[in-house]
Write a protein that binds this ligand. Structure first.
Ligand SMILES: C[S@@+](CC[C@H](N)C(=O)[O-])C[C@H]1O[C@@H](n2cnc3c(N)ncnc32)[C@H](O)[C@@H]1O
Length: 224
């Protein structure tokens, strides 16, 4: 590698997944428009997709992942993995009254925005914006939703999924949205090789929607 070359530049570039963005704060708002929920959300520089709701996130939220809105998830813990400024977390809290939504994120500016956005929509009591270390070890998730941070690199992404997917409840599901140009199909194959049951639930505009569940254990019948 040439000293001072492209790699050194890449290493010092700011990323949306930096824990404390170096770009000065400049808040604004974006509109989240879904059939069942509309929300103005506060955004800022240095967080993912601050110019508008990411199209992949919209695909995930419009896909019906997680099932019909309603009280059937009351008492459940749900996870928005990599919550950014919170479009997924606030939508889940709105759709599933009584559920607790853990909004996990490494970017502290994004976490503050998720807290602000939950408060603006009177969802603060059920949205918990936290860093990964702040999630108690004994919490299991009935559902995980994520537009995952592909830009952190394949190894880090695999590590992230190996950390959180095993925290699904036995009959829980995770829903991921990943564009095919960002490796949606190879991620599905990798999850399959890791022993997860992967269902491709949709593909619109190149966005792959994956539902991930535990592989059913086939137990030998007990002799009588
Ligand atoms: C593609 S963005 C999606 C953000 C948001 N959910 C949305 O839909 O707008 C992925 C997010 O994951 C966060 N992230 C990166 N590494 C992470 C990690 N190890 N744990 C939790 N979140 C992480 C990034 O900071 C980023 O905000």
């Amino acid at each position: 590698m040439v000293p001072g070359g492209a790699n050194r530049f890449a290493a010092t570039m700011p990323h949306y997944f930096d824990s404390a963005p170096s770009v000065p704060s400049q808040r604004g708002t974006v509109m989240l428009r879904l059939a069942d929920f509309e929300a103005e959300l506060v955004v800022d520089r240095g967080v993912f997709s601050s110019g508008g709701i990411d199209p992949g996130t919209l695909e995930l939220l419009r896909s019906g992942a997680g099932g019909e809105p309603g009280g059937q998830r009351a008492g459940q813990a749900l996870l928005d993995l990599g919550c950014g400024y919170g479009p997924i977390a606030v939508t889940l809290a709105h759709r599933y009254p009584g559920a607790t939504v853990w909004a996990v994120e490494v970017n502290t500016r994004a976490l503050e925005l998720t807290a602000v956005n939950a408060a603006r929509h009177e969802l603060s009591t059920r949205v918990r914006p936290v860093t990964p270390e702040q999630v108690p070890g004994d919490v299991s998730f009935a559902g995980i939703w994520s537009n995952p941070p592909i830009r952190i690199g394949k190894d880090a992404l695999h590590e992230l999924l190996r950390t959180w997917l095993p925290r699904l409840t036995p009959d829980g599901s995770a829903w991921l949205v990943v564009h095919k140009h960002l490796g949606g199909d190879s991620l599905a194959s990798w999850l399959d090789r890791e022993g997860w049951q992967v269902r491709r639930t949709g593909s619109r505009k190149g966005y792959r929607l994956l539902e991930i569940r535990r592989t059913l254990e086939i137990r030998p019948e007990t002799a009588t």
